[in-house]
Design a binder for this molecule. Sequence first.
Ligand code: SF4
Length: 159
Amino acid sequence: MESIYWVLTWACHRRCRHCYEDRFRPYLRADLEAVVAEAERNAPLVLGNLPKRMTYRDPGGPDLPEKMGRVIISGGEALLEAVRERVTYPVIEGLVARYRDTGGVKVVLQTTGDLLTPAIVREVAQRGVWMISVAGIDDFHVGMEGEAKRPPSRRRSRQ
Ligand code: SF4
């Protein structure tokens, strides 16, 4: 298996017009707890049903070397405060442990990037994330159009 894309949670802090799934949206209070609890319950079930190995060979024959496949974990927004410690971190740890003795796996964390901090980068790297894929910095994401996608210190003056 070369690649699996795993949606961890419906919860997202944005409401992008182009989003392909209505359930990716902000949730509050009891509704947020319900979607996080659902993700928390489902994560071990999904983990237990993933392939036994996450390796693959390029087309061309059985003599080619095996390569390490990847699992891309995403949301919604997997780094939301309510989701991160209860769902995302245990999933990262579970993936690394599951494939430790069977050829490994590259865990890719896909995020809007809005909530990334140096501490969170360290925390996910320590847990074994291979790549952080920042997918939300473009004109199609609500609140990130035009100059808004630049850090405040790098925005051009409007005058
Ligand atoms: S950030 Fe992604 S998941 Fe969230 S609303 Fe926008 S497109 Fe959908």
